[in-house]
Design a protein around this ligand. Structure first.
Ligand SMILES: Cc1cc2nc3c(=O)[nH]c(=O)nc-3n(C[C@H](O)[C@H](O)[C@H](O)COP(=O)(O)OP(=O)(O)OC[C@H]3O[C@@H](n4cnc5c(N)ncnc54)[C@H](O)[C@@H]3O)c2cc1C
Length: 390
């Protein structure tokens, strides 16, 4: 349970240095880093925590190296994150096991709650169950409207950080920027299941690329099985739902079916591949999924969220002290060179993986020439240039 340390009516009485909208990995880490800079930080989320989130829950080498860089790696072991030793990728009854060395699995309930609690320890204020909306741009601040059932309060911040995720729409609703969607984007789907078959052993990430999408399965620290998928909306319709589609992918591989897979309450997401026209504006920055996202086959979303938080924090500190339009331009450039460029690589990988037959042939090739798997493993494990300080 995460206990907020401020009430909605108390938020209105001051001009905040920073209001962060969204307490996922992007907003949570940004709140920690900005509070450490002794800024007055308000972190707001429309949900209460811990909350589930459609996610594969795998933190790759890139994500972990950002946590190391900011001195938070201990949170991973303290939460009993599961070290992942291998990824078993299957397609059309063929599978290949890639060794992994720097990936862990940790439930989003634990990860996100831990970051929020740490942010409060560092001095940030956290308000849950509150929907934030953008208000007017004023000469030296931005208005943010905070809504809780029948209460509504107007507050102000020198800088607003949008970390409201894929479905947030904080900036889009006010026409501050436009979200560009890829035409044939898949949607995300996920569920966690109790008492999974022993086949899905701890430390192995199972992935299937099949007809209608792909599915990842991983054991969490508490023994539950996390299932996360990118599905073609049309395939969901044809199969009669997200559960039946997941079942059919597992059947394609002859992998055991977890109990309830078909009837569990799967959650969906909006279109996965999106891009924001602008990631910054006057006294405003966007990070994490709210700034842009690519289908998650390579599981980099949280790494990009952490990189964004880490890199935007110094610009926000400068903007709080003295706002100049150059800061928005700098963030757009840094985002492009350190995050969007990496997303391009993942987009290509996700595109190629749309052909299960191609994946099957590649896996058969790897069985003959296993050394060819090295670049794939390196891509999954290695910190990208995005974690190198600018
Ligand atoms: C199927 C699937 C599998 C994935 N697997 C992986 C994986 O294995 N590894 C990995 O690294 N990434 C993975 N990802 C991506 C990862 O989940 C996201 O990239 C990550 O959650 C982004 O973090 P964020 O903080 O930007 O957004 P989020 O985690 O989405 O957090 C946004 C928060 O903002 C809040 N919010 C939204 N609007 C408002 C508002 N107006 N007011 C107040 N609060 C608001 C929401 O309640 C939410 O808590 C996967 C994604 C999907 C869909």
């Amino acid at each position: 349970m995460v206990k907020p340390n401020i009430k909605i009516d108390e938020c209105a009485s001051q001009i905040w240095d920073v209001i962060i909208v969204g307490a996922g990995p992007a907003g949570g880490l940004a709140a920690i880093l900005l509070a450490r800079k002794k800024l007055q930080v308000l972190l707001v989320d429309r949900q209460t925590f811990p909350r589930p989130k459609v996610c594969g829950c795998c933190l790759n080498g890139n994500a972990l190296s950002t946590l190391k860089e900011v001195g938070l790696f201990h949170l991973i072991s303290e939460n009993q994150a599961m070290q992942l030793h291998e990824m078993r990728l299957g397609s059309r009854k063929v599978n290949y096991t890639f060794p992994l060395s720097s990936q862990v699995a940790l439930s989003r309930e634990r990860l996100d709650s831990t970051l929020i609690n740490k942010a409060m320890l560092e001095g940030a204020f956290f308000l849950d169950a509150t929907l934030a909306e953008m208000g007017q741009l004023l000469p030296s601040s931005r208005e943010v409207i905070l809504k809780q059932e029948d209460h509504q309060f107007l507050t102000k911040a020198k800088i607003v950080l949008a970390a409201d995720g894929l479905g947030g729409g904080l900036l889009v609703r006010k026409n501050i920027t436009t979200r560009l969607k890829s035409n044939n984007s898949r949607i995300g789907a996920g569920v966690t299941l109790l008492n999974p078959p022993d086949f899905y052993k701890t430390g192995t990430l199972f992935m299937i690329s099949g007809n209608g999408g792909y599915l990842g399965l991983v054991r969490l620290e508490d023994g539950r099985l996390d299932l996360a998928a990118a599905f073609d909306p049309i395939a969901i319709k044809i199969q009669g739902g997200m559960g039946p589609l997941a079942k059919s992918l597992l059947q394609e591989m002859n992998w055991p079916l977890p109990l309830d897979i078909e009837y569990a309450s799967w959650k969906g997401t909006p279109a996965l591949t999106t891009k924001m026209e602008q990631v910054a504006a006057e006294r405003l920055f966007a990070i994490g999924d709210s700034a842009g996202y690519i289908e998650p086959f390579t599981g980099e979303g949280m790494a990009w969220a952490f990189t964004g938080a880490n890199f935007v924090a110094p610009l926000i500190a400068k903007g709080v002290a003295f706002w100049e339009p150059e800061l928005a331009k700098q963030w757009a450039l840094k985002y492009k060179s350190h995050i969007a460029s990496r997303q391009g690589v993942c987009k290509t990988a996700a595109f190629l993986l749309r052909w299960p037959l191609l994946v099957k042939l590649a896996l058969l090739g790897l069985k003959v020439f296993p050394f060819l798997s090295k670049p794939v493993v390196a891509m999954l494990d290695k910190p990208s240039k995005a974690t190198t300080r600018i």
